[in-house]
Design a protein around this ligand. Sequence first.
Ligand code: THU
Length: 158
Amino acid sequence: MPRVMVHNVNDDKQLRDFKDLTADAKELIKAAIEARQYAYCPYSKFKVGAAIQTGDGSIYTGCNIENGAYPAGICAERTAACKAISDGKRDFVACAVVAQQDSGFTTPCGVCRQFLAEFAMARDFPLYCAKPACPPLQVLATSIRDLLPRSFSFLGNK
Ligand code: THU
């Protein structure tokens, strides 16, 4: 056994061929790809698209929206989540995130993981990370609780 394990992305057990995904997952990823075109990111120039499916089958999309006051910007995942929640939909069924990095898949940042975990307390939900080629070849299939086990919760603190 070598002392340093070098993992190739092709060894990743969470990698899926796009064609093998469910129709719902494919639709969600395509919606995130579509939403990515609206990214407002003049500072980072890093476009991100996201889509969230809710229990009634609706799809809420989002893009990152940056601001000259940098911390005021918001990620694509939270844009999509805020749209869903403010429309009365909190039962998240699945989420897709799309961005282009040559080196690997873009997964939600720490803040987004915590934000989404709030809505995965009762039931974890799958999270698909993909690149913007439509259809993408491969997808990283993970889940919100896989990305953030033991997330902070205040709900038990009544
Ligand atoms: N960003 C997202 O929208 N989602 C992620 O998962 C990672 C980062 C945005 C925030 C910022 O506008 C840009 O990408 C660079 O960090």
